[in-house]
Design a protein around this ligand. Structure first.
Ligand SMILES: C[C@@](CO)(OP(=O)(O)O)[C@H](O)COP(=O)(O)OP(=O)(O)OC[C@H]1O[C@@H](n2ccc(N)nc2=O)[C@H](O)[C@@H]1O
Ligand SMILES: Nc1ncnc2c1ncn2[C@@H]1O[C@H](COP(=O)(O)OP(=O)(O)O)[C@@H](O)[C@H]1O
Length: 284
């Protein structure tokens, strides 16, 4: 038996860090939404007690370091499943990009194995399992658009933002999420983006308001470490994107664009100095 799952990328429309917690994680306030750029998973049941990961992508781990492997092992152990699974990952989301590709693969694995092995695990419980794998996994389990608090695992679903084009550009640099959080000084943040204002703009279907209230306090850290991310932001603004922000810990920069007629110009302009550029729709 085989199951197929799509694992979409997320972007952070706003991300604020409130303080560092005793457990080392940071208390955050984020509004996240999905975009139509997705990995594809094929999950095939194996009669023997084993987990195999394969992928066309040569640059991700295929052993127990892979988040899909960890998700499969967690669900097998917790529900005492004796059969195994072969998971093929068709990677399309850029890796270590701030787009939660690995987290979304883990979430899709939880959803897919719940169906493949007919476990009947409710969504809330799948999210709790997801939280054991990473802070962004619970959001990826259900997707849509949500306000995320705690370390990112406490979710309040909200409306989707008005549909638009999303142009994503990932510069060829590596950013470590742990390092970026490690460099945040939460008592020294000049401007805190407002989750309330972003949520109001979304609920009102106000595209201009969404663009005006984009904000990510991790930008300051990543931009200092990698000035080319700032250049990419400036290029996207110059080319005419309506709102521009770095996603998560970066280094991907996204631009929200309402008019299709502008998308080709922005896409082609960015391709001039960045190999990994994508023009996709927001997911409703
Ligand atoms: C920054 C964000 C924004 O959505 O995304 P990415 O840039 O990774 O896509 C997330 O908060 C990333 O979530 P995720 O990538 O799942 O992080 P985790 O594996 O849970 O944690 C990786 C490391 O980041 C730090 N971390 C993560 C989340 C958080 N609220 N506070 C933290 O300090 C911790 O040092 C942790 O060891
Ligand atoms: N299924 C997976 N897809 C991509 N990366 C993975 C996966 N499993 C583990 N990883 C590892 O996780 C790290 C972060 O990857 P990713 O989830 O793409 O980052 P981000 O959350 O910044 O978008 C990478 O260094 C990669 O080696």
């Amino acid at each position: 038996m085989k199951m197929y799952e799509k694992a979409p990328a997320k972007i952070n429309l706003m991300l604020d860090v409130l303080h560092k917690r005793a457990d080392g994680f940071h208390e955050v306030e984020m509004i996240m939404t999905m975009v139509d750029l997705a990995d594809r998973l094929e999950l095939s049941e194996l009669p023997r007690d084993t987990i195999i990961i394969s992928s066309q992508a040569g640059y991700i781990p295929l052993d127990e370091k892979n988040l899909a492997f960890q998700a499969a092992r967690l669900i097998k152990d917790r529900y005492n499943v004796k059969s195994g699974v072969h998971i093929h990952l068709d990677k399309r989301i850029p890796v270590a990009a701030g787009l939660a590709g690995g987290s979304s693969d883990a979430a899709a694995t939880l959803r897919g194995l719940n169906r493949l092995w007919r476990l009947g695990i409710p969504a809330q419980e799948l999210q709790e399992l997801g939280a054991e794998l990473g802070s962004d996994v619970p959001f990826c389990v259900t997707g849509g658009t949500a306000l995320a608090t705690g370390r990112g695992e406490k979710l309040t679903p909200i409306n989707n933002p008005p549909q638009c084009w999303v142009v994503l550009a990932k510069p060829p640099i590596n950013v470590s999420t742990a390092e970026v959080y490690g460099r945040v000084r939460s008592n020294n943040i000049a401007v805190h983006p407002s989750a309330r204002k972003m949520q109001q703009a979304i609920e009102a279907g106000d595209f201009g308001g969404v663009c005006n209230h984009l904000g990510n306090v991790l930008e300051d850290v990543t931009l200092k470490l990698h000035p080319e991310v700032q250049q990419l932001k400036e290029a996207m603004i110059k080319l005419g994107a309506d709102g521009v922000l770095m996603s998560g810990s970066g280094p991907t920069v996204f631009g929200l664009v309402s008019k299709q007629s502008k998308v080709a110009r922005i896409y082609n302009g960015l391709r001039g100095f960045c190999k990994e550029v994508y023009a996709v729709r927001s997911l409703n």
